[in-house]
Write a protein that binds this ligand. Sequence first.
Ligand code: SAM
Length: 220
Amino acid sequence: MKLYIVSTPIGNLQDITLRALQTLKEVDFIAAEDTRHSLILLKKYDIQKKLLSYHSHSGQMKLEKIVGLLKDGKTCALISDAGTPGISDPAYSLIKEVLKEGIEVVPIPGASAFLTALVASGLPMNRFVYLGFLPVKKGRQTLFESFKDEKRTIVFYESPHRIQKTLNQMEEILGGDRKMVVARELTKLHEEFVRGTVSDVKSEFEKRKPKGEFVVILGK
Ligand code: SAM
């Protein structure tokens, strides 16, 4: 009767802790965001385990099924496609429900893209705000306006399709001089940090078609 929140790699499959592997081996079942995707990791570490899908569109029934199994005394490891479940990934509804039932929730720490990016960014990391994904349409302008007075480092996730638009908007609203970093494809073969001012980074991504996964970090 325990739910383990297990962090998995954000790219490099070696970025998983011994404790995470042991937990995945020992639980009764694994709830995974995308079972096919997670099989790649599980196969690499020779873990054969009953898999149940749990993703952002999973309804109340799936949630109740997992809670029911936990109440029957089973142990479950929750994993997402990458990184830490709950960080811009499904987990919150399940964790809330599980705690309400008096079931223990055990975190197994590991990789998360925002922290991995932040620590190598070269921007202050003693105080920062993590914003997840920015709104796609409404609210963007107001949010960028609010960055003007923010003294803490700002970290958020962005898709390759929107990164150029985001950089354009940032330059337009914040000016081109603030320091920023775009971290791309962390822990993977093409890992890259583009560091500079907002204008520098914007110009860099005008030269090429943005590909891969991105973390954006903005200094004060
Ligand atoms: N749970 C994950 C975590 O702990 O970081 C985040 C999941 S969120 C659905 C996926 C987003 O995280 C991607 O669109 C990208 O912005 C960021 N991300 C994930 N892996 C990344 C990587 N290897 N390099 C850069 N950004 C990454």
